[in-house]
Design a protein. Sequence first.
Length: 249
Amino acid sequence: MNWKSIFKKKKEFLDEPLNLGLLQTDLHSHLIPGIDDGSKSMEESIFLIREMSNLGYKKLITTPHTMNDYYKNNPEIILAGLEELKNELVKENIDIEIEAASEYMLDDGFEEKFKTGNILTFGNNYILVEMSYMSEFPQLSSIIFDMQMEGYKVVLAHPERYNYWHNSFHKYQELIDRNVYLQMNINSLTGWYSASSKRIAEKLLSENMISFLGSDLHNENYLQELKNSRLQPILENALNNPRILNSTL
């Protein structure tokens, strides 16, 4: 009896890298130079965008941080930076569509921003939000309700990275039950952030709880890890899963 065939080890890596172009659109990146912790220069932005185009992406929705105390971006700052970036892409003859929204930190200043409408959304009125990695936003439940009452579709960035939920998996289901969309960072699948984040990312994918996949691209290190992620077997199913909505953006 061939015991090796019975207890065949699960394949750790694919033989060939996956085609990320199947997603068509990347949601979540930091490509407008000099306004957050992402790209530091126009040259870096052009390099990163060219590489994303080479990976097969047709459209990028870049999402600079907006925070009350640290990255005090607003639509005017972001859109002005986007316009400069788009002009440079034309000069460089890089044929890729690019739009901008923002990754909004749920903090003391966020409620005023969305209630005054001074925010950037993407797609069909989606809004990308994040929380601190230290603790859950205390008013999470009420702020989700308020946003939805204003007509926004709430997308929570990288839920797999909130360590305080890793032993409370029901938290993710509660969000989905409230029509919150979950956006996973593809790099989480390599264990780049942590082994625990990788485990949660895989579970969220396997249970069809993820709606959007994003690169969270900041710099060349993120880019290289994104390329490495293309050998992850679990990503293969995600790229062909109709529940992943990137191509609708």
